[in-house]
Design a protein around this ligand. Structure first.
Ligand code: NAP
Length: 330
């Protein structure tokens, strides 16, 4: 079968490999759709750790073709929660499973969904409806991560929420903040993404920090950083109202430093949080996708084949692109 593997930093190729041999407790799915995430580009550039020779793809869904010892019927559509914690380490024992030191993520630490077939632990499968658009299953994982960030930020009705970054994570954060009853502004530089953000519920949009301040001089109660660049992490506390909160979802390369002004953060008691992965949120995300509560159709910019995946991952997303979805069957 074909699979898109990261051989080393800067070397990604689609190659012929053997079909996955399920280990004890695994199921095998025929992958229907797998999203190319900002993190895949970080992996390609060595900005996020991975295991050499791994098939990437951690945002995917598919049809069960081998149920192993699980009770999930063959033919069921499932989404994969890629993060598989050990349950035994200190962090797991404290309930902080997303910080598990032994986490092996499907598509990062073991073979993932940029392939015709993928094996992963059966207990990480969440059932999706038969009538769901197959492409939509690829959005459960990014939504689960965004839900975790929004849980930490705890946006309330009537609060002002500024979302920075108009990618999938940002556009999902916009929708979750709107569902929470907040007034939402999206800061992203691209006009097409600003329009998309408005169509998905953003009340206001901005292209620069200055434009945010023009509209909300006092700042936002909650700023959700979903761009993953140093400049936006640095600006997030400055765009936060006195007494407000920042949640950083964006991934910056290992070693990058961002300057903050502790005096300002102290005197205005700004809380700065970081949100990592999807602890216990994948089931909620799957339900929201199944119910169509979060609109993901407009987030799909194009579908591509496995042979086109290396080029898409190794280059910046084209202007205005939100998500490219790999469809192995195409
Ligand atoms: P993405 O598609 O690359 O989106 C990032 C967006 O940030 C782009 O659309 C870009 O839009 C915007 N941006 C870049 N520089 C900007 C700037 N200076 N000012 C304003 N906007 C800027 O990535 P994604 O898939 O949505 O993911 C977002 C980030 O979250 C990535 O770093 C990803 O690795 C991370 N992530 C974290 C978790 C977690 O668990 N914490 C989970 C998944 C993903 P414009 O070019 O239009 O401005």
């Amino acid at each position: 079968m074909l699979a898109t593997q990261l051989f080393e930093v800067g070397d990604i190729r689609t190659v012929d490999v053997a079909k996955p041999a399920p280990q004890s407790g695994d199921i095998v799915v025929k992958v229907e759709a797998a999203g190319i995430c900002g993190t895949d580009r970080h992996l390609y550039k060595g900005e996020f750790p991975s295991v050499a020779g791994t098939t990437l793809g951690h945002e995917f869904s598919g049809i069960v073709v081998d149920a192993g010892t699980s009770e999930i019927p063959v033919g069921t559509r499932v989404t994969c929660d890629p993060n598989t914690w050990c349950g035994a380490c200190d962090q797991c024992q404290r309930g902080r499973v997303n910080l598990c030191i032994n986490n092996v993520a499907t598509g990062i630490g073991r073979d993932g969904g940029f392939a015709e077939y993928c094996a992963f632990p059966a207990h990480k499968a969440h059932v999706l409806p038969d009538n769901l658009n197959p492409l939509h299953g690829a959005f459960c994982e990014p939504l689960a991560c965004t839900i975790h960030g929004m849980d930490i930020g705890a946006a309330s009705s009537g609060e002002r929420v500024l979302v920075i970054g108009g990618g999938v994570i940002g556009l999902m954060a916009v929708q979750l903040a709107k569902l929470a009853g907040s007034e939402v502004m999206l800061l992203t530089r691209n006009k097409k993404k600003q329009q998309l953000g408005q169509s998905l519920g953003a009340h206001l949009v901005a292209g620069t920090e200055h434009e945010v301040k023009q509209q909300w001089a006092d700042g936002a109660d909650l700023v959700v950083e979903c761009a993953g660049v140093d400049a936006t992490v640095a600006m997030a506390p400055q765009l936060t109202r006195t007494g407000g909160r920042v949640v950083v979802l964006g991934v910056l390369p290992d070693g990058v430093k961002v300057s903050i002004e502790p005096f300002d953060l102290l005197f205005r008691e700004i809380q700065v949080h970081f949100s990592f992965l999807n602890p216990f949120t994948h089931a909620r995300a799957s339900q929201m996708i199944a119910d169509g509560v979060v609109d993901v159709a407009p987030l799909i910019t194009r579908t591509i084949s496995l042979k086109e995946a290396p080029d898409a991952i190794s280059n910046p997303a084209p202007d205005g692109e939100v998500r490219a979805i790999v469809v192995p069957e195409s």
